[in-house]
Design a protein around this ligand. Sequence first.
Ligand code: ANZ
Length: 962
Amino acid sequence: MSETNTAAEVAAPHRYTAALAADIEARWQDAWDAEGTYEAPNPSGDLAGDPAVAARPKKFIMDMFPYPSGAGLHVGHPLGYIATDVYARHHRMTGHNVLHTLGFDAFGLPAEQYAVQTGTHPRVSTEANIVNMKAQLRRLGLGHDKRRSFETIDPAYYKWTQWIFLQIFNSWYDEDAKKARPISELIEQFESGQREVPGTRAWSELSAAEREDVLGGYRLAYASDAPVNWCPGLGTVLANEEVTADGRSERGNFPVFKSKLRQWNMRITAYADRLLEDLDALDWPEAIKLQQRNWIGRSVGARVDFAVDGRPDEKITVFTTRQDTLFGATYLVVAPEHQLVTEDEAHRSVVPAAWPEGTHQDWTGGHATPAEAVAAYRKEAAAKSDVERQADAKEKTGVFTGVYAVNPANGEKLPVFTADYVLMGYGTGAIMAVPAHDSRDFAFARAFDLPMRCVVQPADDRGTDPSTWADSFDSYDAEIINSAGRGVSLDGLVVTEAKTRMAEWLTEQGIGEATVNFRLRDWLFSRQRYWGEPFPIVYDEQGVAHALPESMLPLELPEVEDYSPRTFEPDDADTRPETPLSRNEEWVNVTLDLGDGPKRYRRETNTMPNWAGSCWYELRYLDPDNDEQLVSPEIEQYWMGPREGQPHGGVDLYVGGAEHAVLHLLYARFWSKILFDLGHISSAEPFHKLYNQGMIQAYVYRDARGIAVPAAEVEEREGAYYYQGEKVSRLLGKMGKSLKNAVTPDEICSEYGADTLRLYEMAMGPLDVSRPWDTRAVVGQYRLLQRLWRNVVDEATGEVTVVDGEADEATLRALHKAIDGVGQDLANLRFNTAIAKITELNNHVTKLSEVPRSVAEAMVLLIAPLAPHIAEELWHRLGRSGSVVHADFPVADPAYLVDEAVTCVVQIKGKVKARLEVPPSISDEELEKAALADPAVVAALGGAGIRKVIVRAPKLVNIVPA
Ligand code: ANZ
């Protein structure tokens, strides 16, 4: 290739080559930086001074910011960044104030793991990765406002992450007002007696530590001793969202156990309803909304109290979504961790000393006493993950507890089992089992020889005796039967009516009520890691947590020698975490004056999870240097405030991968709602429009052993693939270093230039669809740019060749059609079709003997959002001053958009009877209809029938009468 290039370069020294592209690109990138071309105005600054700018509509466009990994970027990474850049550029050219920038999400596990492996401090490796990534991104010509970029590890940034933590710590959720309020207002309510203090004593009688205990039950950030996901292999606890469907750590794939540990949590459950309701008004992909809805998991049902037989002081409360089937309940199940079968200080187990008379031999598990059976079963269950426990296909296990409960609807005695298919963390951890109508209960009842009763009329012909059924019958459209008892009858009602009726009856009886249950759990917020934000919390000598005052923020992460996490045997559930920060006694033990004189305190040694930094970063882009306030209200209002007709505001376009559906996107929404409630921001939603880009895939080649071989060195021969002479297999997969198929943007930039890379990535297909990378196809977009160049510049002399004067009619039509189509495509993220239209226009222009200046300029403007460097270069060569970045995008003249009419002749028996003016694109069917409806034709036919109509759209219709 280089040889032909050299020859071509001699003949055409001004051809658009990789070398010329490199020169153009570097030159304009420097000029844009020097001139601050992409700096977005702020209302208190530039906007205030320029009414014309201030009057423009705003667009805040954002990418999910990158994590600076050591591997650097491959061509798959910038797909979304290029897309938002094109979109942002188009909006700049259509009169918008555009804010577009990119920061770095730089705390987190991978940096720490890398640091431990290599012995470099995580800050050092992270900073180096950022430098490398910035250089890679700069080459792509992304129009970011660099003044607004930052890293989450900057103390000036995490000062505010800590500040937000304190806001959350110092607030509670008022269920009546349905919003967060400062904790001081709750304290006032307790002091004044307006709100009852939980427990038996008045607020004034409580010690400071006791008060803090009470407040801990309300704070939106709180420490608790709940069972959490403990991952010995990583040495840290994890949030539910970080645990995979099969109960392992998302990162590292280690086993995860439920252990009781004192940890920080965020009360996201308080916002479950609002997080659900507010999804409706968001412009997000339905699939992501659905994932959030499922994760929040709202279930409408009831709580029902069952008395414990012979123990008037005890009851078992179950959660059911099918209270209408209460008459069909034939046994109860409690989770192995349920208090009925556990023994702790607060509670004594009610499990009896001996098996009740007549206990079925299958129910005891072969144990001598219920206590023994239950203890053995609890141990077994503790070793399994929630998912293993819930698997539908698995055999149902459990034991009888020796306890009987009483069905409140009919007084029947129901045996109570403990079984691991019931989870402690959901509902009340206890269920009423209705084997006829629930498949898990059905399987259990079969295994333990328990009775079944049909209370919902089956829709099929299976009859009403469940002992003859193959599986349970489950329907919401059926009628209730066999359900009359103590003052309540559901017979003849359909399920939904019966649910309502039963809930009323339960309420009347004081033994239950309709209730809503959520699957969402509070967010576990502490990690036993070094590389994260320290908590702005200290403990006094009584162990009471105190918030640091704002003046002590940021609390900087101390420089330590040993930042490695303490990890354990992945399977050892009995291990306990150790925080790296706790090894640093000097930092941990401090004397501080928190307003009541100097005292000794111990710092919190956990750090925040890596999600914290991305929970509010959109706000920092708005006001990146503010050291006084989270964000100036005026600036926040301008970029994020609710727009007309919408309940919320938010970022106008947020582009990123679909994998963040329930982690980052849920957490960020939660923090926005708190900050909104507390009056710090004006939008309760952070991201108005969300778009998930597809993935760039790549072929993975594997040898006979299944090991990936370098894709770049594979040869294709007659449809087969060879590496070093050996045949290899080919499959489409992910792109990455480990699969030896990564292509870097730098390689493509060197070979063709960044503009070609940008065009290729945008032309590969619709943005939301995954597509395979094909380096050989990149040259197609290179040729487009070469032809565009040649239409304006003489390759031999470098002279601009355009001429003054009007374009011909056909060119004007082609041009305005392209302007119209490209404009709409760019506004709607249809970049691949926009490029197709530009290519078509460029091909038309290539055939002209002379290119009118007006046409050349319009083409440059059309392609400017996609290929900004070549556009800027041509714009200037065409003699225009000012950057093409802020030039006006062309507007189509509607006169050239309507197709010209053609004349169609209508003949009857070969004689012309009428002439119609029709569009050239008219179909045969439409044309026939129009011809037959024409008054002259109707008159000429005089009511005669028609034998045949011959249509040659758009010019001829020939009618043969009967
Ligand atoms: C009786 C019943 C009859 C039920 C019936 C279902 C069908 P969703 O919709 O997911 O909220 N359940 C309640 N708590 C549970 C727990 N901790 N572990 C396992 N299962 C639990 O599911 C609610 C249903 O799941 C509840 O309604 C309960 O079984 C079960 F024909 O109660 B149902």
